[in-house]
Structure formats: C-alpha cells, structure tokens
Design a protein around this ligand. Structure first.
Ligand SMILES: CC(C)(COP(=O)(O)OP(=O)(O)OC[C@H]1O[C@@H](n2cnc3c(N)ncnc32)[C@H](O)[C@@H]1OP(=O)(O)O)[C@@H](O)C(=O)NCCC(=O)NCCS
Length: 228
C-alpha cells in the first residue's frame, strides 16, 4: 500500500497530503495521520488537549519559529533574530505557570505521537464589543494546510461558546499575512478595520512602524462550530 492508497475510514475524507519530517511521508485521513516510516505504515490519531505548565518550552519554540517565518517585514529583524524566543518563553511561562489563574483563557494543543503540531490561545470576553480574542493560532510549518488549523479554530470556537458570556470572537492578522487571511475568510471571519500592528510586549522597537493589522471578527463562534 502506498501512502496515497489510504485505508477507508468513516468521516471527513482527506483532500491534501501533509509534509512530514524528513524521512516521513504523511497523509491526513479522517483526523488520523498515515505515516510511512522505514517501510512501515502507521496510523496515528491527531490528539487535542489543554496545555500544561511543562509545555511552555515547545509552545514557545513553535511560536518563535512561526513568527520568524511569517512575521518578517512586520516585526524588526533585530527582534526576530534576537529576543523572540525569550519573549515568547516569558509570555508562555506567565500564561501557563502553575499558580496562574487560567479561568479567563484556554490554550489548546494539537499533537501527533507527542509531537506538537499546532496550538491556539483564546482569551475569553477580552473586548465588550468583539468578544473573545484569538490571541495566537499557529501550525508547525511543515504541517500547514493539512486541516490542523481548522480543527484548532473549531475547538477555540467551542471553548468560546462554552465559557464566554459574549459569543463573538476576533483576532488581529498582519496585513502582509494573506495566507492566514484566506484561512479566516474560509471559516466565516470578516475584516472589520485595520490598525497599526501592536508591538510585542509593547516595545515599539520590535515592530516596523509601517506595518498594519486587520481585525477579523465573527459575530457568533457557534457558527464556526456548526460549519465544521
Ligand atoms: C494560518 C494557519 C493557522 C492555517 O492553518 P492550516 O492548518 O494551515 O489550515 P487548514 O489546513 O486547516 O485550512 C483549512 C481551509 O482553510 C483555507 N485555507 C487555508 N490556508 C489557505 C491559503 N493559504 N489560501 C487559501 N485558503 C486557505 C482552505 O479552505 C483550507 O481547506 P483546504 O486545504 O481543504 O482547501 C496556518 O497555516 C499557520 O500556522 N500559518 C502560519 C502562522 C499564522 O499565520 N498564524 C495566524 C496568525 S493570525
């Protein structure tokens, strides 16, 4: 059996092949990944869970890698090539500290065989008008366009409907990040306005002053869940 001749499983059928780590050949199939490793075929379920304090290092590493790849031009090279990993580490250490009050947010991870493939972080009822803020959504570079972002967004929306008072949700996406804008449009998000890009940690030296970001909003997170 080749990786493209996948076993038939119930549920949503795959439309794309993933790009696995070197030496692997992966294909998405109904929430499972068929991987070919040293001539053997493996079927592994993609697992989702809430992040814990010992996940800080790998979330920060994936986050920094994603910013370096996709935010260059909007964020200063000196930041991306310098402090970005320490900055993300500090943010995630504070968010996931054992003593942190996590009642106002959710961080959901997507994992395959203990490998972190993506994450979403949602701050509930962040804004009285727009609702909950999707503060971060990142998929590992070599796993983009395999459905992980969709599954994380749906789980983030489910958390909003379950835990927020206002069921609206929104996020900021860089104007230069057209691929992510297409992803949000495909999931019902609408651009409402643009603003200068917020500087990470409030430090203006970390951002290109000309960079702008678009607010993408959903009036009801339940529609994202229902459309899945
Ligand atoms: C944006 C991101 C989260 C999307 O996640 P993903 O796993 O790559 O996207 P999915 O495979 O779930 O895409 C689902 C659907 O969205 C749409 N979509 C996704 N990426 C798209 C693109 N580049 N162009 C057009 N449509 C796109 C498609 O309809 C796609 O379905 P299809 O592949 O069956 O056609 C991910 O690519 C990523 O992490 N990018 C880098 C970091 C980033 O920009 N994060 C967002 C910050 S605001």
């Amino acid at each position: 059996m080749s990786a493209s001749a996948k076993p038939r499983l119930a549920g949503r059928q795959p439309s794309v092949r993933g790009r696995g780590a070197p030496g692997e050949d992966q294909a998405r199939h109904a929430g499972c990944w068929v991987s070919r490793d040293k001539g053997r075929f493996l079927l592994s379920p993609l697992a989702f869970r809430t992040a814990a304090s010992d996940d800080v290092d790998r979330i920060a590493a994936l986050h920094a890698d994603s910013w370096r790849r996709h935010y260059r031009g909007a964020f200063a090279d000196s930041f991306l090539d310098g402090d970005v990993e320490a900055d993300r580490s500090a943010v995630w250490s504070a968010r996931l500290a054992p003593t942190a009050d996590r009642s106002g947010s959710a961080t959901i991870l997507a994992e395959l065989d203990d490998r972190l493939l993506g994450f979403i972080h949602v701050a509930f009822d962040d804004d009285p008008r727009w609702g909950s803020l999707i503060d971060n959504l990142h998929v590992r570079h070599d796993q983009r366009r395999t459905g992980i972002g969709r599954q994380l967004l749906v789980r983030g929306a489910m958390a909003v409907t379950a835990r927020a008072i206002n069921h609206g949700m929104y996020l900021w996406v860089l104007a230069q990040n057209v691929a992510a804008q297409r992803f949000y449009e495909a999931h019902g998000g609408a651009v409402t306005e643009t603003e200068p890009t917020h500087a990470p940690g409030g430090d203006p030296s970390r951002v290109n002053g000309a960079s702008r970001s678009l607010r993408i909003a959903w009036s009801d997170a339940a529609r994202v869940v229902a459309a899945d």
